[in-house]
Design a protein around this ligand. Structure first.
Ligand code: PLP
Length: 388
């Protein structure tokens, strides 16, 4: 018989990292030592006190049964308490918080709650691909808001035409930002709330990197802004903050009607996150936060070494105050793909071509600070040998 994929899969944009993946395999096959600055996955282990909590909770048969799809009351309460302490925002744990199987799960599913065929979701280019793919899976149409350097990589809401704004049902934003490492201002969030109110657009702010910020900078929550809680929600994740990408635990907080619709979708698709993981998550949120400060120190040091190194070889890069990414301009005469390919084949360094995150990412490569200081120094050394 013929196995025919559904149109939603056939319509997926071409996978732009295919060429770089192929080249990576070729370089590896030659026995060349690869320094991988491509993946946004922390290289450090989950802190021991969180692992211990998982071990204890995993041994308790009470945690072996189906969890509640909306999250354990205790986890949602820990999230509400964390929000109060961290942002001075006071969500209701029972109506304004939902537990997610990683924030990607919630981001991918939320369009199913709000998007009808023909509806538009406003998403950033470059951006995390899940926003537009989740939109397309729900039958909607993504509209790409370009993030440009001259706008400090914030979308220009005034550039959105009235026709698009009228058809827009949702907007996804993400600060601190992957891949550009840009951060948002309060003014920007206020303009998002005003836009959302004017056009009835549900705002989804992805705050996966809210805790990964340096030099004393503490990103604000979208929900700190007046009126934000009536227009949208904020996605959060334990993945980056506590080196827990493999554990699959995150949450969303905000507008009760939006949270409840997302919960309704989830109740028909999944059965919640493993309770032992939720209990370990409570330990992460309520326990000693020294591990988070250590994480910040580690990435800040790596950032300083790589930024200085890149500048010493003549590359142009802003020093980011958040996220573990550097958004590096490619030299004159190169495309994103061409430069990523040069670094890989001539220096064994994997980076991510910026256009893989959207057309407006052309002209950049993303480097992730997910290897240790020695390897970063080695990468800089190899780049300097490449010459100008
Ligand atoms: C890593 C990341 C996430 C987190 O995903 P999880 O599913 O929670 O592991 C969400 N958004 C962005 C932009 C990310 O880079």
């Amino acid at each position: 018989m013929r196995i025919e994929k559904a149109d939603r899969l056939k319509r997926l944009p071409p996978y732009l990292f295919k060429e770089i993946d192929r080249q990576k395999e070729q370089v590896r096959a030659k026995g060349i030592d690869i320094i991988d600055l491509g993946v946004g996955d922390p290289d450090l282990p989950t802190p021991p006190h969180i692992i211990e909590a998982l071990k204890r909770a995993g041994s308790d048969p009470a945690n072996h049964r189906y969890p509640s799809y909306s999250g354990m009351g205790e986890f949602n309460a820990a999230v509400a308490k964390w929000y109060k302490q961290r942002f001075d925002v006071d969500p209701d744990a029972s109506t304004e918080v939902v537990t997610l199987i990683g924030s990607k799960e919630g981001i991918a599913h939320i369009p199913l709650a709000f998007i009808n065929p023909g509806d538009i979701a406003l998403v950033a280019s470059p951006g995390y691909p899940v926003y537009h793919i989740g939109t397309q899976f729900a039958g909607g149409t993504p509209y790409f808001m370009d993030l440009l350097k001259e706008n400090r990589f914030l979308p220009d809401l005034e550039a959105i035409s009235p026709e698009v704004a009228q058809k827009a049902k949702m907007m996804f934003i993400n600060y601190p930002n992957n891949p550009t490492a840009a951060v948002a201002t309060k003014d920007f969030f206020e303009s998002v709330v005003a836009f959302a109110r004017e056009h009835d657009v549900i705002v989804c702010h992805d705050a996966a990197y809210s805790e990964m910020a340096f030099d004393g900078y503490r990103p604000m929550s979208f929900l700190e802004v007046e009126g934000a809680k009536s227009v949208g929600i904020e996605f959060h994740s334990l993945s980056k903050t506590y080196n827990m990408t493999g554990w699959r635990i995150g949450f969303a907080v905000g507008c009760a009607d939006v949270i409840s619709a997302l919960g309704q979708v989830k109740s028909n698709i999944d059965s919640g996150a493993f309770q032992a993981v939720q209990i370990a998550g409570i330990t992460a949120l309520e326990g000693d936060q020294a591990c988070v400060e250590d994480m910040r120190q580690t990435y800040a040091e790596r950032r300083d070494i790589l930024v200085a190194g890149l500048r010493s070889v003549g590359l142009s890069v802003d020093k980011p105050c958040a996220t573990f990414y550097l958004w590096v301009e490619v030299p004159e005469g190169y495309t994103s793909a061409g430069f990523a390919s040069l670094l890989l084949t001539e220096a064994g360094i994997v980076t991510t071509p910026g256009n893989g995150f959207g057309a407006a990412g052309e002209g950049y490569v993303r480097m992730a600070l997910t290897v240790d200081r020695e390897r970063i120094r080695e990468a800089v050394e190899r780049m300097s040998r490449l010459g100008p």
